[in-house]
Every structure is written in C-alpha cells, then in structure tokens.
Design a protein around this ligand. Structure first.
Ligand SMILES: [Zn+2]
Length: 844
C-alpha cells in the first residue's frame, strides 16, 4: 500500500537539489570507508540469531500461484450485462477466458470480443466532473479487450451466461493478460496480487473487482476499480523524457472511497471519478471519516541506524489492530528501496512476507500465522535496510526522501503512539518528532530516544551537523528550537551564512505558536523544532518537527536570489504555514483527500493571521498583498486553458490534477480558496463591539480542535461546528444552517463580481448620509452573500459599518444615516476591505 497525502515531495522538491546532488556524488566517491551503524534492537521478539535474510520473502504458495496464474477455460457469451456498483458492462458477444482457479477460487478473466462499459456516478458533482473530463454528457466506452481481476464471484455470473462454444476463438488471451500483469509490475508498480491474496487467505468473502479496459475512445489505459477496503490511485511513473505528456500528481490514497475510474495514459491521465459504494448512498452512511482498511496501528516502536552515506538499517515493532474479521495478510507502506530481511511474529516465529524488487511492484505485506478477528491486536517485528530513503548530500547534510514510509506504515489516516531510537554518526545531531528521552554518545555513534507526546498520524526525523538554538515560546506552552547546518550542502555555507538567521527563525516560531494557540487552542506537541531541508520551494510539517526550505534561513538579500519577485511572499509565509500544520493536519487530521483542503486551507489562512498580526509594520499592506495573490492564483489561466476556481470544488482535492485540467490546479485551488473559506467565516463572526473582535471565531476554532483533536475531521464536521457558532447575521436562510455558504464556496465553484459605488450627502436635519449602490454579478440566481461595508475616517482608520445581504445578479441601493462617527468626516466607503469576500471586487 503506497500512500502519500502530502504530495509534492520527491521530484518537485529537487529544484535546487540538482547541483547539490552532483556535489554529493563527487564527495561520496572520495570517502570509500562508509561507517556502518548497527541497530541493536532490544525488542521482545528480536531473535537471538536473526533469520537468514529474505528466506521467507515471496514464498507463500498461494501468492506464488497468483503470480503465475494464466487464462484457461473459455466461456462464450452473448448479450451479458454485468452491473458492478455504478458501472455497467455489456458484453454483446465474445469469449471470456477464466483464470485457472487458485485454492478453488477463480480470481479473474480475460475478455475478447465486442463490449461496452458505461458509468453513472452517484452524485451530481461526480457526474459533472466525469462529463467534463470525458468531454461528453455520459460516460460510455467501447472495448474489445479487457482483463478482470476479482474475488467477488464474478466468474459465477459469467458461467451462468455461458452459451454454445464458438467454433474457433481467435485472439491471444494469454498475451492480453501478460500485458496487464507487466503494466502493474513495471509501470504502475502496484502489487495487485497482494490485495487478492488478502481475500484468498481470509475466511471472509472477498469483494474486490477491478477491470483493466483497453478502450477505443479514451485510450487503452482505463481502470475501473472497486474495493471495499478503499481504492488506490493507479499512477504510472512520469513518462520517459522523449514522450510528450504532463506529469500528473504522485500517488495518493483514494480511501475510504471504494469505487474509482482511473485513466493512466499520459495524455489523459487522472482520476476521473471516485465515490463510495452504492449501498452507502442508499443507506445515507456516506462518510469521509470511514475507516475501511484491514488494520489500524496502535503503536510503533522503531529503531533506526543511519550510516554516513545515509543508508538506513531499521527494526520496527508494529502493533496492528484488525479492523474487521478475517485479517490474515497485513499490507504496509514501506519505501521500496528499504528491503525487508525478515519478519517475526509476536512469539518470535518467522513470518512469511511479500516484497518484490525495488524497481517493481514492491508493496510490502506480512502474512500472519492465523487470521485476526475484529479488534484483535498483533505485534509484527520487521528488519529492513536500504539506501536512498535518506540521501547524503555532502558536507554532513542529509535529505530524508522517505518522509512517511521509512517504517512500515498504514498511511496517515490514523493516530498512533511512537517510541523511537536513532543511531547516527557521532558529531551529527538528530531532531525527531516527540519528546527527547535520552541523548548519549557511545563509541562512534550518537544515540537518541524519543516518545510521542500524544498519538500522531506520522513520525519523522531530520539530522545533520546542526547548530541549534533553543528558546521557550512567549506563553511558555512549548519549547522552540532551530536547527540548521552551518555549512549547507555543496559548501553553500561558504557563500551564505545560515546561523545569524536562527534567532529570527526562533522568534518567528515563538510568535506563531503563541498566536495560533490563542486562535486555535493549545496543541499537544510540547516542542517545536524548525529544521532546514535542502529544497528551495517547499516546506513540510510533522508533529513537533518542521522542515523549512534552506533559503528561509537566509536574510532578505540572499532570499531574494531564490525568489526575486517575492512570488506569493513565499519565504514570509512558509514558516507560519508549516507551523500552523501542527494544528491542521496533525492535531486535527484528515482521513480522505476530500477533506485535505481543511489542512492546507487553514494553514494558509493561519499565515494570513500572522501577516496581519505580526508583519504589520506596513499596516495591512502585506496582508492585502497576500489575499490579492490568492485571488490571482484562483483566476490565472494555466497552460491547459483552465482557471483553478472553475475546475472543481475544494473537496476534489488532489484529484483536480489531471492531464486535462493541469497539474497546478490543486495547489492553486485548495490552498488559496480553502484559506478564503476560513477567512470569510472569521470575518463574518467578527464583533467590533467586543474587546477582542475575533472572540467568537476563536471560540469556534477552540471547539473544533477540542472536539476533533488527535483524530480526523471531515468537511461536514467543520460545517457542524461553524453552524453551532454562527451569528444571527450569518443565518441568511433563517434555518440556523450554513448550507448556503458551504454550497457556494466549499462544494461550489462560483467566483462572483462586486461593484460598489457610494456618495455622501446631508439629510434635512444635517446628518451625514451614506448612499450606496452594490451590484453582485456572474453568479447563479440563488447565490447569496453578506457583504461587509467599511468607512475610512479622516485619520485613515477603517471601521466596519455593517453588512449588506445580497441575492442573485442584482443591484441593491441603500441610504443610511451616519450620526455618530465622533464628529469625523469619512473619506470614503468601501466593501471587502479585509479581503473578506471571495470574488472580483471593485470599489468606486
Ligand atoms: Zn501545507
């Protein structure tokens, strides 16, 4: 199981890394003696004599049969209709070649003949998105070849429809089958046999069904997948250099959704539709917080040693809990070049496991001695080692490539306890997630022990020849430390100095933690380490551990060389954004890509709070610039001719990256629009009569983190919290619901325009009168919003006068008396002064 919910890691991060990598290679050649550190793993089940490496790899007899299976019995059909959830296959005429049964079970078939596949997703949003990508109002594909794999008894449906055998079947079923197997192994790198093995070795009925369709209209690489455990996104490696075609997103998990249609041909690549099982819509049980994977992880005890060249040697003691009955095979996500030597069970017995070649379908899975019942726990010990999970970049700089799968993981959707021991060459410093329990030098190595403060979705580390600086945060909730490598990779430190900026980084960390604690509530990770990573264009946040791009640690002059146009105020906001992920993504996690906008959008909005409250030496100039940039991102047209705002709602998450929409769309939609959504809620809740204008907003956010802390929250969970705390003014539809707001901005794609004109006049009694004319346009008829109106006073202060509700494409006029402005004459009136309305705003 591969899963990476925080994308843009490997390829995109190497922007500045090429030069450094080259340097690292040269340096590595110079140091032939690489120091190997050994884990000593005093784990309960660590065998006195370790088993022979890989003796029990890929040897399970059922697995071997799955790897070698081939098409056999021919079944001729005419007019067979197979309904598979929302998809319908119609086999007009042709022949199925059923795969040879394994342990009495048929796991697939090859079809050659004349057939079609039609798909109608269960929701309007999915229907719309599929039509948009397929460029047709309905999705129908004709095909003459397809491979099916299943454990749901599809063979019985085929056999029931068997007609008289055809005189002579033409075609090459074995060749068609081999081609799909080879695509899975070498292009998609997904070990489907592991998934089938789970069902074959279970006493419970299987429900897997997947079709590899060689379509005529949409290219030969269509996959229709149904999996009660949640579907995976099939994505091939980027096309070879000589092949034209965009890079679509890296792999990410589509679970808990169970049905997906994926196109993986480069020119059309994307996840075209994805949704839950039909019965969940019928029963009203659709929930993106559904946990349908086979296991959760209660505890990870990890020990890892890193050699000078970055090679990792690890032992993981992983306690899994079965999520349903009949769990016999446990699939994990483990970085492919980390090769498993052996696995033992909780009584010290050796366990059989699966892990194919690092360059192929290397999914790691463990076969338990007996199946688990729902709720039963089991502890697995895995010994593994390999290069490339951590890269030695030279000058004692290391880059962790495997961020969330350097240990056997089941993804980021659950929270687990972590205990970790790290060995690194003496003289280097380790910084990891959790509480530091022990830090000693012994012989040639430094050993540290860490334990999570609270359950975490993920654990990680960063190390190097770090210089460190520590200080308590302003409210003394947490410790803040900054760790940077004095030299930097490739001798960078001889050109730039990172160390003087550590003070600033620490201060920024202190202020951000203090500010966000006030707004969002206290968070459980008592320490925050701000560390450097060799990348110039991305940061990442793990619980208590933030990775920041190297130029972040440079002063303004040097930063400028990395981002000459100060695009997106990148280095001013990356710190606060990543620190805010301590709340958004970690304290409150997400279980589905549908809810990832909360994590990114809220982190981005948090950065705006920082700009407003901290970088305020230019008044609100930086703050306004921030929101202007977010509007630009939403409305710029990309190479595919698309504006992010139009492609789809934030709840489509990383699925918005397809060959037809452009790969920039998720980044340019869920971050800025997600930020706008929360910012608008904040501003609607503001109360100028209160000592703290954000009092209500803070109460809502504290409630949100208290309710969903150390767990995951869905979009609908957030909506419920917002409805609990909404003000009467926000109740535009008089039903105490925010359906109007969520339908327009969260589930919708509209981008309204506003035109505001005003004048001042005097009433007959001499009172000042503000005459306003507000027009809303480019919206659907039912589109409602409440528009804040501000006045700027003589001395430049801005005050909010009130809020104007407006519906549809219309103009409203109002004349209001302004008796009490403290004798001041207003300079002007305006709407959306705090960038608190998403849309194009014109103040006249
Ligand atoms: Zn982020």
């Amino acid at each position: 199981m591969k899963s990476s919910l925080f994308p843009a890691k490997k390829q995109s991060s190497r922007f500045s890394g090429l030069v450094f990598l080259l340097a690292a290679v040269i340096l590595a050649c110079g140091s032939l003696q690489s120091q190997e550190l050994k884990v000593r793993a005093q784990f309960a089940a660590y065998p006195a004599t370790p088993p022979a490496p890989r003796a029990l790899a890929n040897i399970d007899p059922t697995y071997l049969k799955l790897r070698a299976v081939a098409p056999g019995q021919a079944v001729t059909v005419t007019g067979l209709r197979l309904r598979k959830d929302a998809g319908i296959f119609t086999f007009k005429s042709g022949t199925f070649y059923l795969l040879e049964p394994i342990n009495g079970i048929c796991t697939g078939a090859v079809f050659l003949g004349d057939a079609s596949f039609s798909l109608t997703p269960p929701t309007e949003l999915e229907q719309r998105y599929l039509s948009f990508l397929a460029k047709d109002h309905e999705f129908v594909e004709q095909f003459s070849e397809a491979v099916f794999r299943f454990t749901d008894g599809t063979d019985a449906e085929i056999l029931k429809a068997a007609g008289p055998a055809a005189a002579s079947a033409s075609g090459n079923p074995a060749g068609v089958f081999k081609e799909v197997q080879s695509q899975l192994r070498t292009r998609l790198k997904e070990n489907l046999d592991v998934r089938l093995l789970q069902d074959l070795l279970s006493s419970q009925p299987g429900g897997k069904f997947v079709a590899f369709i060689k379509g005529k209209r949409y290219g030969g690489k269509l996959i229709y997948d149904i999996d009660p455990q949640g579907v995976v996104s099939y994505m091939a490696d980027p096309p070879p250099r000589e092949t034209a075609g965009p890079r679509v997103q890296e792999f990410f998990s589509l679970a808990p959704e169970e049905v997906a249609l994926t196109e993986w041909d480069w020119k059309d690549a994307g996840i075209w539709t994805c949704f839950h099982l039909a019965h969940e819509y019928a029963d009203g049980t659709v929930n993106s917080n559904e946990h349908n994977g086979p296991v959760t992880v209660a505890r990870q005890k990890l020990e890892a040693a890193f050699a000078k060249n970055g090679k990792l040697e690890g032992v993981a003691e992983t306690t899994v809990v079965a999520a349903h009955n009949g769990v016999r095979v446990v699939p994990f996500d483990l970085f492919p070049t980390l090769r498993v030597a052996w696995v033992t069970g909780q009584n010290g017995e050796q366990l059989s496991f699966i892990q194919e070649g690092a360059e192929e379908d290397a999914n790691f899975a463990v076969i338990l001695p007996k199946e688990l019942k729902k709720g039963e726990s089991y502890t697995i010990t895995t010994s593994y080692a390999g290069k490339n999970a951590v890269i030695d970049e030279g000058d004692k700089n290391y880059y962790a490539v495997a961020r969330d799968n350097w240990y056997p993981s089941v993804g980021l959707a659950g929270h687990s306890d972590f205990a970790m021991t790290f060995h690194i060459p003496k003289g280097l410093k380790m910084v990891a997630t959790g509480k530091l329990l022990k830090n000693i030098d012994e012989g040639k190595e430094n050993i540290t022990e860490w334990e999570s403060h609270a359950a975490q979705p993920v654990a990680g580390f960063n190390f190097g020849e770090f210089k460190s600086m520590e200080s308590p945060d302003l409210s003394k909730h947490y410790m803040v430390e900054t760790d940077v490598n004095e030299m930097g990779p490739g001798g960078m430190g001889t050109r730039y100095s990172f160390v003087p900026m550590m003070k600033k980084a620490n201060a920024e960390g202190q202020v951000a933690l203090d500010l966000f604690t006030d707004y969002f509530g206290e968070q459980p990770y008592k320490r925050l380490a701000l560390t450097q990573q060799d990348a110039s264009n991305f940061g990442q946040s793990w619980p208590g551990l933030v990775f920041l791009p190297l130029p972040y640690f440079l002063d303004a002059t040097y930063r400028h060389q990395f981002n000459p146009r100060n695009e997106h105020q990148y280095f001013d906001t990356v710190g606060p954004h990543e620190i805010a992920h301590q709340w958004w993504g970690h304290l409150v996690g997400f279980n589905s890509y549908r809810d990832q906008w909360i994590s990114e959008g809220f982190a981005e909005m948090s950065a705006s709070l920082f700009l407003q409250g901290v970088y305020s030496e230019h008044g609100l100039a930086d703050f306004h610039e921030f929101w202007a940039d977010r509007r630009k991102r939403l409305t710029d047209t990309n190479g595919e001719g698309k504006r992010a705002i139009d492609v789809g709602p934030v709840t489509l998450g990383y699925r918005l990256a397809t060959a037809r929409t452009g790969v920039n769309i998720p980044r340019d939609l869920i971050y800025p629009k997600g930020a706008y959504i929360l910012h608008m809620v904040r501003c609607m809740m503001q109360n100028t009569a209160s000592k703290d204008v954000d009092e209500r907003f803070k109460a809502m956010m504290h409630d949100f983190t208290q309710t969903y802390g150390n767990g995951t929250a869905t979009t609908e969970d957030f909506k419920a919290i917002a409805e609990k705390h909404m003000t009467p003014e926000m109740d535009l539809t008089h039903n105490h619901r925010l359906d109007w707001f969520f339908n327009e901005y969260v589930y919708g794609t509209e981008y309204p325009s506003y035109h505001f004109e005003h004048s001042f006049s005097a009433a007959s009694d001499g009172t000042l009168v503000l005459n306003m004319k507000l027009t809303q346009s480019h919206v659907s008829d039912g589109f409602v919003m409440v528009i804040p109106v501000y006045v700027e006073l003589e001395k430049g202060q801005v005050a909010r006068l009130g809020r104007l509700p407006i519906r549809g494409n219309t103009t409203v006029e109002q004349h209001i008396k302004l008796p009490g402005l403290g004798g001041q004459k207003p300079r002007r009136a305006m709407i959306a002064y705090l960038d608190d309305v998403l849309g194009s705003v014109e103040n006249k």
